[in-house]
Write a protein that binds this ligand. Structure first.
Ligand code: ATP
Ligand code: MG
Length: 430
């Protein structure tokens, strides 16, 4: 029998790791909600055709990374390799972009699936926080999203990231650049690798994205994208640079940054790090004004980005981020005839302290064994309820982290006493 292990490249995120994930998610959600981004939740499975039409047939993702299968009804479906396609589909399908001038800001978080070679920072199920804005054509919203990322790094104490930006220009100037690239690479066809030769006439921009070191020199000498930009493209890009300067967000203009997907126009950006080895992109995005109409919606400007959660969590770890504690404030130790119901009631009462974490011992055992558990839970106090305490309507409170004597406290005074010790954010009213 095959061992019942997890699928390669699909990870369990264990309780020791989730506090860091939650810190990232909480920080991101806070910054997004503060800017009017609303959460959207989307299916993990979509029709394969959606990804072919949006991401593009001649991309790594669609050519070799998708988990595609025929379902029992005979439809070709795929696990989503990214979130933008499904998000745009949902916006169109639910009529959110039907009105002229509609504008929306949304975000989502969840797993994505790509059949890549698993290695550190590269998995087959990984997670993204994705952010999309629709109906706003100017560089103001591009800047809003980039500055939002900068604030997120600040909030999390991450400094080892650099922002790279570039412009792909309008569809017309992108097309002009494409022709120049085809001309250039055709002259060196013999030097190209198999992937690049195949892409020469279908997606030549993607050649610039190649990670094959053999091509590095050829790519470095290729025509530069900024030389192909038309006036409108320049105005957009200069506008963005000005806004970033004003917001004091440092960036590097990388004329080789193209992003692999078919649908990008104007702004593209990527936050990179030198701390995670070869997997250096932690967050990438850009403008995709053509995608909504391409998928059957009304012509709608759009810009978005996706952050790789595993990679940002790795950066958090690397930067010495102390994850917020998951330990309870109180651990209720109890034993005695007829005390099960009063113990549960007491725990529930203490849980009315807003923000307090109260863990009740379950599974029996001696006071000594329970106190050991209490200590291991990381709780600050053990609250002890035995037969004598119950008869006196009192509890013993034993500080577990400080070298202090045990207190004996009447049940009616316990909650206010704990609040006085700094536990929770105060007593909830009825
Ligand atoms: P890469 O160049 O590393 O392959 P990408 O350009 O394919 O990245 P995007 O499609 O832009 O990545 O996805 C956005 C972010 O998601 C990336 O910046 C990265 O942080 C993360 N990411 C992408 N693929 C993976 C993966 N297989 N495992 C973990 N994180 C990933
Ligand atoms: Mg990739």
């Amino acid at each position: 029998m095959t061992a019942l292990t997890a699928v390669r490249g699909m990870n369990d995120i264990l309780p020791t790791q989730t506090p860091r994930w939650r810190d990232l998610e909480t920080a991101a959600a806070g910054l997004l909600l503060a800017r009017g981004y609303q959460e959207i939740r989307l299916p993990v499975v979509e029709r394969t055709a959606l990804f072919q039409h949006s991401i593009g047939e001649v991309t790594d993702i669609v050519e070799k990374e998708m988990y595609t299968f025929i379902d029992r009804g005979g439809d070709s479906l795929s696990l989503r390799p990214e979130g933008t396609a499904g998000c745009v589909r949902a916006m169109i399908e639910n009529g959110l972009l039907a009105q002229e001038g509609a504008s929306h800001r949304v975000w989502y978080a969840g797993p994505m699936f790509r059949h890549e070679r698993p290695q550190k920072g590269r998995y087959r199920q990984f997670h993204q926080i994705g952010v999309e804005a629709f109906g706003m054509p100017g560089p103001d919203v591009d800047a809003e999203q980039i500055v939002l990322c900068a604030r997120l790094w600040e909030t999390l104490g991450i400094s080892a990231v650099v922002l790279q930006i570039n412009s792909l220009g309008t569809p017309a100037s992108r097309l002009a650049y494409r022709e120049r690239l085809i001309g250039y690479f055709s002259r060196y066809k013999g030097d190209l690798d198999e992937d690049s030769r195949r892409r020469l006439h279908t997606n030549p921009l993607r050649i610039l994205d190649s990670k094959n070191p053999v091509l590095a020199e050829l790519i470095a000498a290729a025509p530069s994208l900024p030389d192909s930009l038309d006036a409108a493209s320049r105005v957009h890009f200069d506008g963005l640079c000005e806004l970033l300067d004003g917001a004091k967000v440092a960036y590097v203009h990388n004329p080789r940054l193209v992003r692999g997907l078919d649908y990008y126009t104007h702004t593209v950006f990527e936050w990179v790090t030198d701390r995670l080895g070869a997997q250096d992109a932690v967050c990438s995005g850009g403008r995709y004004d053509g995608l909504v109409s391409r998928l059957g919606g009304r012509e709608t400007a759009a810009v978005g980005f996706a952050l790789g959660v595993e990679r940002v969590v790795a950066l958090l770890e690397e930067s010495g981020h102390e994850p917020s504690s998951a330990a309870p404030d109180c651990y209720l130790v109890w034993a005695g005839e007829g005390l099960a119901a009063p113990a549960l009631q007491l725990a529930e009462e203490l849980r009315r302290i807003k923000g307090a974490r109260v863990m009740q011992h379950c599974g029996g055992g001696s006071f000594k064994a329970q106190l050991k558990r209490a200590d291991r839970s990381g709780a600050r106090f053990a609250v002890i309820l035995g037969e004598q305490e119950w008869a006196d309507r009192r509890v013993q409170v034993k500080p577990l982290r400080e070298n202090l004597p045990q207190y004996s406290i009447p049940l009616t005074e316990l909650a206010p006493w704990l609040v006085g010790q700094g536990i929770g954010d105060g007593l909830a009213s009825e």
